[in-house]
Design a protein around this ligand. Structure first.
Ligand SMILES: *Cc1c(COP(=O)(O)O)cnc(C)c1O
Length: 367
């Protein structure tokens, strides 16, 4: 398989006008607006990856019997392009997203895509729609690569042989436009996000579909987000919403960070990995381990656990302030974002936006 392809380029004849774009970028919200172009690349068992195109953003013709509609064979990725102080544009660890998409693909019996082709597709879209990369502080261009089965067949005994890979882009504003406020979380006892041997480790759309009822229950209970526990004992803490969880023990020079280990039911976040690498360099030892709901509650009540936050590409970090379950509730810290959470956030944002040096080589300049 060749590592990349030539893209056929069709420019959008009716791009959004500069004025309309400026109005959108002034208040982009999240995932509501899309840029002028998109990338499509086809796969077939006979031809491998082929037919790479950059074309105007728009609807795609689909056969009603396409397997994705019936058996949900789909997966996605999420990363951002950031404007640097000198006006140039970077993405953050894109090869990690490419590698993760391929791990997801393996689990979902889908074809792997050459990492270079994945990154080239993203770069081509960002370069073409570069005027959509915001220069407002904290804003970025969210990139959404995804892949799904287009095979026209309802039979499930032979694996799908045709797929479409796409990339679309959406300008995104601050996740917390009114400043960072800790969220309240609901401990989901009745629903599970992922089970051993299941698909929790894959960035698979179906994991989200399966999580919406639990999220709705959280909201019904007056909480912002749902905390997922392990599916076997409903005891071990796994993730919050669609973010990985981090627990800060102690404070000041004695603080340390614990995050649930990747047991196969958790998604391996790029932000999680970046936090685990950044923290020790800020004097914060890290551990990947296990934490139960009881330990979480006891740790907060004794003061041993001082801060808790979710982390992911969209929000970077989202402090957790309150926890509620069927027969328990407790608070974390004083209801304000913790000092260590905010410091980790500042460091990571500084690297992404180019206001701090990047000793890790995470920032990827557009070629
Ligand atoms: C995408 C995702 C994350 C966060 O991953 P990042 O690479 O840090 O954005 C965490 N949990 C779930 C379930 C996810 O889908």
């Amino acid at each position: 398989m060749s590592d990349t392809l030539e893209f056929e380029i069709t420019r959008n004849e009716r791009p959004v006008t500069a004025g309309e774009r400026a109005a959108i970028l002034a208040d982009p919200g999240w995932g509501r607006h899309f840029t002028d172009h998109m990338v499509t690349i086809r796969y077939s068992a006979e031809r491998g990856w082929h037919d790479a195109k950059l074309e105007p953003y728009g609807p795609i013709p689909m056969d009603p019997a396409a397997q994705v509609f019936h058996y949900a064979q789909e997966l996605f990725e999420g990363l951002k392009a950031y404007r640097q102080p000198d006006g140039s544009i970077v993405t953050f660890r894109p090869y990690m997203n490419a590698a993760r998409m391929n791990r997801s693909a393996k689990r979902m019996a889908m074809p792997e895509i050459p990492e270079q082709l994945f990154v080239d597709a993203i770069e081509l879209l960002v370069r073409t729609d570069k005027d959509w990369v915001p220069d407002t502080e904290g804003h970025s261009l969210y990139l959404r690569p995804f892949m799904f089965a287009t095979t026209r067949a309802l039979g499930v005994n032979s694996p799908a042989s045709e797929f479409l890979f796409m990339v679309i882009a959406s300008p995104s504003g601050l996740y917390y436009p009114r400043g960072i406020k800790p969220v309240s979380v609901w401990l989901s006892q009745d629903y599970s996000r992922a089970a051993p041997g299941g698909t929790g480790e894959a960035k698979f759309g179906g994991n989200y579909a399966a999580s919406f009822a639990g999220q709705a229950e959280a909201v019904q209970q007056g909480c912002d987000q749902v905390v997922w526990l392990d599916a076997v004992e409903h005891r071990w803490v796994e993730e919050v919403g669609s973010m990985n969880l981090m627990f800060v023990y102690g404070s000041g020079s004695k603080a340390r960070l614990l995050t649930p280990a990747l047991t196969g039911t958790l998604l391996a976040g790029v932000t999680r990995d970046s936090m685990l690498k950044l923290a020790p360099d800020l004097g914060l030892p890290t551990e990947e381990g296990k934490i139960s709901v009881d330990e979480w509650q006891a740790g907060c009540e004794s003061g041993e656990i001082t801060e808790v936050f979710g982390c992911g590409t969209a929000a970077i970090i989202s402090p957790v302030g309150w926890v509620k379950g069927r027969d328990r509730a407790w608070t974390i810290g004083d209801g304000e974002p913790g000092e260590i959470s905010m410091r980790l956030r500042q460091e990571l944002i500084g690297i992404q936006y180019g206001t701090r040096p990047d000793p890790y080589g995470w920032v990827h300049k557009l070629s």
